[in-house]
Design a protein around this ligand. Structure first.
Ligand code: BG6
Length: 503
């Protein structure tokens, strides 16, 4: 159980303090942690960016961010006043490294006030090209400390391919120790994602079934209704494979595929995840042709409004070859999963926003019920709904009440809404608290990031080198390109979705 009692005094330095991530996620998360009593008794938040602001202006800016984006709504005046008293601003510009000297003075001042056990967290919420420059400036100004006193949080994307990820790892590990580096993947902080481990490893009935003997395939589907919005400039150099599959979706796959850890130690858990990545079947050029599908959205209508095609979004090359949809069939070549396909898909401007993991079990070995009573026969499925619905469903066959024997599928549902009254924290709240307590379990280790890139590099290279002649190949508000249906239909399955629940 985490409580503020054990937290050391903390100085939280946010690079990119005036940016979108701080406004939407970090500041609301820190404020909510504070409001719920999870911030250290002594803390300082120092925003940094190139803009010249004073503390008051910065406080006003993040207040606006919190009021617009916090899960708990607008700030409460008294809470805000005591929180804001710990919020400062310090202009920093990597092209003027001496500004780090000013930052150092400010950090030293807080340290002197807080005491010798003060820890410093640097959060790099900036464009990836600034990661190395900031890390180097921190080193030059002797701000890197040691494992006990300093941590650095790196946002994604961590590299844009294997080579750049390796370079960044080499640079960071040359300045910090691995224990100081927190590579964030916000999916791992989601409540429902964390529950996958609890569900798998705290319940005895699942383990005997969790293998190739009883499971016939697995689907991981993260679909988004939104387009790229104002992130076209970033996204066009990235695409669905880099933006979602290399990190979020492969992490989900690891949680489903991993062996049982010996204990809850961060490295033990990460070792087990790395084992899954190591066992994943490398892609041959035939596999790329047969087991991967890419897509790009065309214009269409979403909730009565016409939306532009990807190539007409701001910041996007009008002839772009970037995929906004990707579907891939993976295999994990080990004893547990040999021969069992893991179908993964993600995309923007799709029909529904939903993140679902579906585990489909094999059929019963022999049907004793006549086909007339089993019209809607369906193999058992376990559906982990990460968002927006937060639930775990087990789909089973049951007898419909009545004088006749008629079977139909029914859902046994564990729904967060109906089960718990407390609101789930945002992923960033969980992860920022983990950083402050020094828990690396939900963060990516250097080898994890590299091996995920290594696995995907043949697909990245093939898609980059061969321009898709069919783009755009799906309409906004659809389920993506037809080839993605064919990818899974060839094996006798179809993509699973939950009925739309608009409440
Ligand atoms: C981010 C991607 O990491 O995750 C975005 O860069 C994507 O493109 C987002 O929209 C999805 O996160 P969530 O939490 O909204 O599912």
């Amino acid at each position: 159980m985490k409580t503020s009692i054990n937290l050391k005094p903390t100085i939280f330095v946010i690079f990119g303090g005036t940016g979108d991530l701080n406004m939407r996620k970090l500041a609301p998360a820190l404020y909510n942690l504070y409001a719920d009593g999870f911030m250290p008794k002594k803390f300082a938040i120092i925003g940094t960016a190139r803009k010249k602001l004073n503390d008051q202006k910065f406080q006003d800016t993040i207040k606006e961010g919190i009021n617009s984006f916090s899960r708990s709504g607008k700030v409460k005046d008294d809470k805000w006043a005591s929180f804001a008293a710990n919020v400062y601003y310090n202009p920093v510009d990597v092209s003027e490294p001496e500004t780090f000297g000013v930052l150092k003075t400010s950090i030293e001042k807080h340290k002197a006030e807080f005491g010798a056990d003060t820890q410093v967290v640097y959060y790099l919420a900036v464009a990836p090209n600034l990661f190395p420059l900031i890390a180097q400036c921190l080193a030059t100004y002797d701000l890197t400390g040691d494992e006990e006193s300093v941590r650095i949080v790196i946002e994604k994307p961590f590299g844009r391919d294997l080579e750049t990820a390796k370079e960044l790892n080499a640079l960071l590990t040359g300045i910090f120790t691995e224990k100081q580096i927190y590579r964030i993947d916000h999916y791992l902080g989601k409540e429902t994602v964390q529950n996958i481990m609890a569900f798998r490893f705290a319940n005895s009935f699942l383990e005997p079934l969790w293998n190739r003997t009883y499971i016939d395939h697995i689907q991981i589907s993260v679909t988004e209704q939104l387009g790229v919005g104002d992130r076209g400039g970033y996204y066009d150099g990235s695409g669905a494979l880099r933006d979602m599959i290399q990190n979020h979706l492969l992490q989900l796959l690891c949680l489903i595929g991993m062996e049982t850890p010996v204990n809850f130690d961060a490295d033990e858990i990460r070792n087990k995840k790395v084992d899954v990545l190591k066992a994943m079947r490398p892609f041959s050029s035939d596999d790329i042709r047969m087991s991967t599908v890419r897509g790009q959205y065309a214009k269409g209508w979403v909730e009565g409004k016409e939306v532009p095609g990807y190539r007409h979004e701001t910041g996007v090359d009008p002839d772009s070859n970037t995929e906004t949809f990707a579907a891939i069939k993976f295999f994990v070549d080990n004893w547990r999963w040999q021969g069992i396909p893991f179908y993964v898909r993600t995309g923007k401007r799709l029909f529904q926003t939903s993140s679902l993991i579906t585990i489909q079990f094999k059929d019963v070995p022999h049907h004793i019920f006549p086909s007339a009573v089993t019209e809607h026969w369906q193999q058992n499925r376990l559906i982990i709904s990460i968002q927006p619905e937060m639930s775990i469903r087990l789909q089973v066959q049951g007898k419909r009440p009545g004088l006749d024997m008629v079977l139909n599928p029914v859902d046994m549902v564990f729904d967060y809404k109906g089960t718990y009254t407390s609101a789930a924290p945002e992923a960033y709240e969980t992860l920022l608290l983990d950083v402050m307590t020094g828990d690396q379990t939900q963060f990516m280790r250097a080898d994890q990031v590299e091996i995920a890139w290594e696995l995907l590099m043949p697909v990245v290279k093939s898609w980059e080198s061969k321009k898709s002649l069919s783009f755009p190949n799906y309409t906004a508000d659809s389920w993506g390109p037809e080839d993605a249906e064919a990818l899974i239909a060839r094996d006798g399955f179809h993509w699973f979705t939950l009925p739309l629940n608009k409440d």
